[in-house]
Ligand binder design. Structure first.
Ligand code: BG6
Length: 320
């Protein structure tokens, strides 16, 4: 398992120094958490979408200037959550009426809990601080349309843990019904980069992938440093757990992504034409400032028996 940046126990505020700070905005739209060392994270209740993650004053996530944040549309940027289906739903059968990428990113989640851990007073160091935010979605929160499309009793706890230079996101899906169900799940992270032409992705060499730009043909990665010079939409499958995927910029590591129990990873950049075709993508050249690195379980289906729980973790380190 990925080493948890924050164990669940809530530790009271230290009397000797500033502590992690969490606010629920007055309009009830989002939760903002920050650490004494300056890192921060902002999560919309709409979709439990992380819309900002800053380390040392630098924004790590891309958010489109035209992203719709009022719940009318999934957010174009940040970390939308994909569940229970990835991509377009199957063309027939009970899942066929689900929206693209499922309902999780379009549903309003509940803010459940916050907990923080701090260094002990004797060895106080801001580097040990972290804050964990828990959000929940269950069948009882779903819209009637979503319930019709996916009539299963379930609950998800989504935890966002901010610590110095790392953001960890965990999805815990539990089957609360009497019969098994199947799902796909993914964290659709839009990483911010300064120039896509300078970006390479390593850690995928040798992996099998489905190339959605080439009629879903199958291929094997042969590049140890994968560059992006056109539209890319690849689903890498069956990746080794714990092997980091590193996004470098100008030859220097910028993000390190480690997954636990999430064997698939999508690398997506819409490039010029697809970016121009999205009404909520702006400015149009912003495709140069983003790369989606999406950790998930999307190749085939995860089957969950009644009472069972699936846990998937993505841990991202910002290297500055
Ligand atoms: C990626 C898919 O995960 O999401 C792409 O692999 C898709 O095929 C992209 O275009 C964006 O999807 P959406 O629904 O947010 O426009």
């Amino acid at each position: 398992m990925v080493e948890r940046a924050n164990k669940p126990a809530a530790i009271p505020v230290s009397p000797t120094g500033p502590s992690p700070h969490v606010i629920f905005t007055a309009d009830n739209s989002r939760v903002v958490a920050s650490l004494p060392s300056g890192e921060s994270v902002e999560v919309l209740l709409h979709g439990a979408t992380v819309v900002s993650w800053k380390s040392a004053g630098t924004e790590n996530l891309f958010l489109s200037d035209k992203a719709v944040l009022d719940g009318k549309k999934p957010v174009r940027g940040g970390i939308p959550l994909v569940f229970p289906v990835f991509g377009p739903p199957p063309s027939s059968g009970p899942l066929s009426t689900l929206p693209q990428h499922g309902f999780a990113r379009s549903s309003r989640w509940e803010f459940l809990n916050q907990s923080s851990s701090e260094a002990s007073t004797s060895a106080r160091s801001a580097a040990d601080d972290s804050v964990k935010l828990d959000f929940g979605l269950s069948s009882s929160n779903l819209s009637p349309e979503s319930l019709r499309a996916w009539p299963h009793k379930f609950s998800i706890i989504y935890s966002v843990t901010l610590s110095k230079s790392t953001l960890q996101t965990t999805m815990l899906v539990r089957n609360e019904s009497e019969v098994s169900f199947e799902f796909q799940l993914l964290m659709h992270t839009y990483l911010r980069v300064t120039d896509i032409g300078q970006v390479t992705v390593s850690g995928l060499n040798g992996a099998s992938y489905i190339d959605k730009v080439k009629s879903a043909s199958k291929a094997q990665e042969t590049q140890s440093e994968l560059g992006i010079s056109g539209e890319m939409d690849r689903v890498y499958t069956g990746l080794q757990p714990q092997k980091p995927v590193v996004v470098s910029q100008g030859g220097k590591p910028r993000f390190e992504v480690i997954r636990d129990n999430l064997e698939d990873l999508v690398v997506w950049n819409p490039w010029i034409d697809k970016a121009a075709g999205m009404s909520d993508f702006a400015p149009q050249e912003a495709y140069k400032q983003m790369i989606c690195i999406e950790a998930g379980a999307v190749n085939g289906w995860q089957k969950l028996e009644p009472g069972d729980t699936f846990e998937g973790v993505c841990s991202m380190k910002s290297v500055l």
